[in-house]
Design a binder for this molecule. Sequence first.
Ligand code: NAD
Length: 512
Amino acid sequence: MSTAVREALRRMSVPAEPSGVVVGGEWSRGRGTLESVVSPINGSLLGEFHAATPPDVDQATEAAATAFLQWRCVPAPQRGEFVRQFGERLRQYKEDLATVVSWEAGKITTEALGEVQEMIDICDFAVGLSRQLYGKTIASERPGHRLSEYWHPLGPVGVISAFNFPVAVWAWNAAIAWVCGDPVVWKPSDKTPLTALACQALVVQTLERCPDVPAAVSNVVVGGVDVGQSLAASARLPLVSATGSVAMGRAVARTVAARLGRSLLELGGNNGMIVTPSADIDLAVRSITFAAVGTCGQRCTTLRRLIVHESIADALRGRLLDVYCRLPIGDPTKDGTLVGPLINEAAGDAMQHALAAARQHNGVVHGGERLQDGVPTGGVYVRPAIVEIAAHAPIIQQETFAPILYLIRYRDLDEAVRIHNDVPQGLASAILTRDVREAERFCSPSGSDCGIVNVNIGTSGAEIGGAFGGEKQTGGGRESGSDSWKAYMRRVTSTVNYSDELPLAQGIRFDV
Ligand code: NAD
């Protein structure tokens, strides 16, 4: 294990022999197989853990269900105080947690720090929210009656998360769930369990300062698909929030729906950007590059399809290729690196398969090769690719989780919007233009069909204040800011009769 990771974990009080199951403050070995965690930076062994099994999941959900009985009655602002204290621990250990994120997920340092900052931001948001879980008073049609809606805690929430945002996505869910009165049972990606255990260690530190909080408000079960399926199947979890591929979302949604539970799905994207003739080209080059190659193309919001007006396509391609061939690629923990490794060999293979498929459909591929020189051995490092391709090529319909940017030419805005929307996913979108009519058209009902619609910025790098999520195969869920909290509570509609009469609604007479 890298000394930096070992020291960071020690400072955060993660037990030296990390466990696969943590129920509140109780760390234990999972009853499953021994699994290894390797770093995408150089293939080094970061740790081992015994995976959780269905009985371990059962134990964690039972503890969460018991904790719920107490937590739901704690006033929301006091629940917010717990989240505030957790946010303080995150501030204190921001660099340490970011170090583990870098080593486990392969993110460059500034992006890893940004991910932890996002956790801090959502804690701050949730603390404010804890005093704003507003209901409504509605005019009743009946005299002497008060009609209102209010929100109650829902129950324990299962969180299944992906490797590429190993801590922020959990925090979006956990901070909001906690102020809403819901305990959380988290199954992180089996590629990134150490970051999850580090988060739980910071929760345990917070619990020590908050003796009245039931410890099982936070629980972690580490493992693979079977553990995720056990969570999805658990009738103790009225809500399962799942982030990952479309295939995973389909499987989780089926299982949760079979028991008539609720699922909140944040699935794959295939994000497009339209660049119009009036776009600011310098701004375009910067926003496209960050959106397409940041996190080595492994963000759900990564820019994958660049739809460029034919009059500027050659010039823009030239500017981008110039930047692409100078990109600093390599060890993500080193200053100056902008592109780190892919997560594993399978991701490298998927990238090469996609490029081969593009070539078969007459795509012109620039870059995309595997790098061996000047990068750490044992990791999968690639030069990000730009592929000039026709709009009808089948490969552009799918999300390949790697830095491939398909460049497609268009003639008029109607065609551009049609190409843009003609994919099964609907997460993030953008238009670069200085023409207000084009910008507004893209934001209008006849424009982008995505959950995130940007003007003159890229597709990635959302703030926590807005609701995050996408349409179509992206799953329709919304997390993080705005009124996403409503997914974590149950709505109560209440009519109180303070009169001595019993008038019925709709003028119905029922005299007995
Ligand atoms: P993945 O689907 O392989 O795994 C995600 C999580 O689901 C993991 O914890 C995994 O163990 C679990 N899982 C997988 N199959 C399951 C099943 N059948 N039942 C229950 N659990 C299952 O995804 P990944 O490779 O970790 O992450 C990349 C994918 O996640 C991309 O498609 C990306 O777009 C998506 N993603 C989406 C968002 C979003 O907010 N929309 C955010 C991050 C990542």
